[in-house]
Write a protein that binds this ligand. Structure first.
Ligand code: PMP
Length: 444
């Protein structure tokens, strides 16, 4: 009998009791190789001594002080560090407790920015289909995951959803990746124009898509074209790097690889590496200046903003990433990891696509490779894969859902940056066995 309100009310998951490095152990003594870092969270693995020491020191000194009374050294140092390493143009970090909270804050910052500028008629957000921005109502409203939105749809603020950058399914055979990216940017422009001049607040997108269609990497030039469209219409660009940021793709921010800078960027997950719930919105100088010249006050806030222990954990994670050269390791070993995945699964009859960057990889499973036909949702291939992989001692992050009438099963891999090459190879071996067993059974 459990009194924990688990998401699945008819089954209780195994009880995790301890974790070290890339492994988690449950109450029955089973060990799991954590190849998804939970949900792309555990960037330094489990039990990292430097992070634990930083948290302990902070807890002993000052565990909590409300931000309406105080700032703290540790919040100031974390914000300095985030801005020092941020995409160009960012000037302040708003420190929250997770991804959805970061998205809510970013949406409200964007709206308040235009109110301060005397443009209150800007009320509309444009986002993408096959996207995920969190489960709170504002984040769900901009999110493009039909399954997650469905029960709550009547409660959500209206938003326009344009196509994601999803070459495997949506790039036409007669267009180059660059032409495909341009076409998507033109679609965004048409959506802005359709709302009417001066009506759109922002376009929000995950730089690399995560938990809806399985690691959607942008085609070259797509984000540059998107940035120009936004600039032409005075629309802000909000990049959601909650999952793909903080080193996951081999650069601290995924947008560095696109050669652009957003007006607002959200991070969470890897920011605290799972040691504490923590997220942040980095805001461009123009946003902060407009608010500080105008009302001088951001009309938003939560009890745990800038929580000192969360900030200490995030700061320690940042230091380890830089001190230990983990971004370079993610780039180099990530490249190998991709090759091993392709060697093991590239020709598999039920693997449609393998895509990713750094330590962030997605595999799209299909019933039929030639036609790209997905599995019947009733087969729940992604749920079966999760169970089968756990039986083999592997944590991967499978998900699926019906989006625009199309059901897709995907699995996401996001190993801790500290995983050794042997551990990465072991993850590929276990995953390949699991994918093979589950998809062949489903295809029967
Ligand atoms: N944005 C993205 C891109 C995410 O992947 C997630 C979580 N999967 C969120 C926002 C929401 O973050 P959280 O679950 O911490 O609220």
């Amino acid at each position: 009998m459990t009194h924990v309100f688990h998401r699945h009310l008819r089954r209780t998951p195994p009880r995790a009791v301890s974790a070290n490095g890339v492994y988690i152990e449950d109450a029955d003594g089973r060990r799991y190789l954590d190849a998804s870092g939970g949900a792309a969270v555990s960037s330094l693995g489990h039990g990292h001594p430097d992070v634990l020491a930083a948290m302990q020191a902070q807890m002993g000194q000052l565990a909590y002080a409300h931000t309406s009374f105080f700032t703290t050294d540790v919040a100031e140092r974390l914000a300095d560090e985030l801005i020092r390493t941020a995409p160009q143009g960012m000037s302040h970090a708003y420190l929250v407790s997770g991804g959805s909270e970061a998205i809510e804050a970013a949406l409200k910052m964007a709206r308040q920015y235009f109110v301060e500028l005397g443009q209150p008629e800007r009320t509309h957000f444009i986002a993408r289909r096959q996207s995920y921005h969190g489960n709170t109502l504002g984040a769900l409203a901009v999110g493009g995951n039909a399954w997650r939105r469905e029960p709550f749809a009547p409660l959500l603020m209206p938003a326009t959803h344009v196509a994601p950058c999803y070459p495997y399914r949506e790039q036409r055979p007669d267009e180059s990746p660059e032409q495909y990216g341009q076409r998507l940017a033109s679609e965004l422009e048409a959506a802005i124009v359709a709302q009417g001049p001066g009506r759109v607040i922002a376009f929000i997108a995950e730089t690399v898509g995560g938990a809806t269609a399985g690691v959607l990497t942008p085609v070259p030039g797509y984000f540059k074209a998107v940035r120009s469209v936004c600039d032409r219409h005075g629309v802000l660009l909000i990049l959601d790097e909650v999952m793909c940021g903080m080193g996951r793709t081999g650069s601290l921010y995924a947008c560095e690889q696109e050669g652009i800078s957003p007006d607002l960027v959200t991070v969470a997950k890897g920011l605290g590496g799972g040691y504490q719930p923590v997220g942040a919105v980095l805001a461009g100088k123009h946003i902060v200046e407009a608010m500080s010249r105008g009302s001088g006050f951001f009309q938003h806030g939560h009890t745990y903003l800038g929580h000192p222990v969360a900030c200490a954990a995030a700061l320690a994670v940042q230091r380890v990433i830089h001190r230990d050269g983990l971004l370079g390791k993610v780039r180099d070993d990530g490249h190998r990891f991709g090759e091993w995945l392709r060697e093991a699964l590239g020709e598999h009859p039920h693997v449609g696509d393998i895509r990713g960057r750094g330590f962030f990889w997605g595999i799209e499973l299909v019933a039929d490779r030639a036609s790209k036909r997905p599995f019947d949702p009733a087969l729940a291939v992604n749920a079966r894969l999760k169970g089968d992989a756990m039986q083999r001692g592997l944590l991967c992050y499978p998900f699926g859902g019906t989006v625009d009438g199309l059901h897709g099963d995907h699995v996401l891999l996001a190993p801790p940056f500290v995983a050794t090459q042997d551990e990465l190879r072991e993850a590929v071996r276990l995953l390949a066995a699991s994918v093979d067993a589950v998809t062949r059974a489903a295809a029967r």
